[in-house]
Design a protein around this ligand. Structure first.
Ligand code: NAI
Length: 261
């Protein structure tokens, strides 16, 4: 049995992953801003440091895997774009950099990062914002999104998920990750019925947009189904999976870009 760190453990897909791992007999160290083993605010540098250190202390320096599910969806609000950039991007990469030696110590560790199918289905996400996030320059990223006004949080969301996917793919193949026996991959869900999506559906204009979005098999995904994919990506069966972004989205990515190779 292994020891796994799971961020976003208090709700939605993170909570569903915790249920499965615990049900399979593993030890889970949950991280969240509320109701978790490690309570930390991943939107601040101090909160990210606390989360990184507290997990390493609890794990005794060896982690068999990590699941980075903490995230904020697009919603209105003055500070929302910054929070999205900090939690969805820095809340993944800073924690994983801190945990990398503990993952390497496990020898066959697996990491799953939550991306999104917005990476390929959301048009017009400024590349400048993505580049700024990859450079860890959140003010610069926000500056390049200012022209979107009230829509800035939506584009911050798209940029955060593109940046985190690029980071995963760049790092996954390096000596520090693949070379240290760590399998680093991402999952890209479509619309999954969690509190995050419910919050969006509560706004009539957003609900209209979400319901009009093409999903070839129809409806919304279920958090438990996504958790099953994550657990598979943490298993020995995924030893040959490295730097992949696995789309589990009812067909939307294929609908938009079947010929895009
Ligand atoms: P959720 O809202 O149910 O869970 C997200 C968790 O992140 C919550 O427990 C929340 O407290 C935690 N969190 C938020 N801000 C935090 C902070 N500052 N510090 C620490 N923890 C914080 O959301 P859901 O749907 O389970 O999302 C999981 C991941 O999947 C997210 O990264 C999201 O962007 C991604 N995703 C979700 C989709 C959906 O349709 N639900 C679609 C595509 C991607």
């Amino acid at each position: 049995m292994g020891t796994y760190a799971v961020t976003g453990a208090a709700s939605g897909m993170g909570a569903a992953v915790v249920d499965r791992l615990v049900g399979d007999g593993h030890t889970v160290i949950g991280v969240d801003i509320k109701e978790a083993d490690v309570v930390a605010d991943l939107s601040t540098p101090e909160g990210r440091r606390t989360a990184a250190t507290a997990v390493l202390d609890r794990a005794g320096g060896v982690l068999d895997g990590a699941v980075l599910a903490a995230g904020l969806g697009p919603a209105p609000g003055r500070d929302r774009a910054r929070l999205i950039a900090e939690v969805n991007y820095l809340g993944v990469v800073e924690l994983l950099e801190a945990w990398r030696p503990a993952l390497a110590a496990a020898e066959r560790a697996k990491v799953v990062v939550f991306s999104s199918n917005s990476t390929t289905t959301m048009p017009m996400v400024p590349r400048r914002a993505v580049r700024a996030l990859l450079d860890r320059d959140v003010p610069k990223a926000l500056g390049s999104l200012r022209m979107f006004g009230k829509m800035a949080p939506s584009f911050a969301y798209g940029a955060s998920k593109i940046a985190v996917s690029q980071w995963v793919r760049r790092q996954a193949v390096t000596r520090e990750w693949a070379g240290a026996g760590i399998r680093l991959n991402a999952i890209a869900p479509g619309a999954i019925l969690t509190p995050l999506l419910e919050q969006q559906l509560a706004t009539p204009a957003e609900a209209k947009r979400i319901n009009a979005f093409p999903v070839p098999i129809g409806g919304f995904g279920d958090p438990g189904q996504l958790a099953a994919w994550v657990v598979f990506m943490l298993s020995d069966a995924a030893d040959f999976l490295c730097g992949s972004v696995v789309f589990v989205d009812g067909g939307s990515d294929a609908w938009f870009r079947a010929d895009d190779w």
